[in-house]
Ligand binder design. Sequence first.
Ligand code: HEC
Length: 143
Amino acid sequence: MKKKKLNINDYILLLVCICISFLIIITGCSENNSEIGIGPVKKLNLAPLNKNLSEKGKQIFDMKCIPCHRIDSKIVGPSLSGVTKRRKPEWIMNMILNPVQMTKENEAAKQLLNQYLVQMTYQNVSEDDAKAILEYFRDVDLK
Ligand code: HEC
């Protein structure tokens, strides 16, 4: 059997294929990151609204977030009314749990930082507490 030698064109073709695969992988990842954000929360299944949890969330919000946020107006940070309509629940959780990396690596959060010019800081919120705050936002957005 005759062995076919690879010529330069074959190598170029191979290289182009490799580059295209990388590009597909990279854009795939960033698309994911843009929707759900970056942080510990990858997938969230929402249950029907839980009023007790929402009430707990309001209490935490009034303690830890009120210096910079109101529901109906922007102060240091954005108004949070309608936030569950403009962001995925995973994104909101990751923003609460991982705000510094979010404003560096997530496009939407980066844009917010450019607009508000203040870095939202991590408020020492546990994942359970972040879930309660999310419940409060869902409750507010139902009204
Ligand atoms: C030091 C002020 C500050 C505190 C405290 C703070 N935030 Fe923020 N928050 C911001 C700013 C400013 C932004 C816009 C992004 C940026 O500039 O970092 C933001 C953005 C957000 C967003 C995205 C809003 C949108 O329109 O998509 C959410 C959600 C959020 N904060 C929730 C919270 C919650 C919940 C708490 C309390 C646990 C909290 N923040 C505490 C300043 C703060």
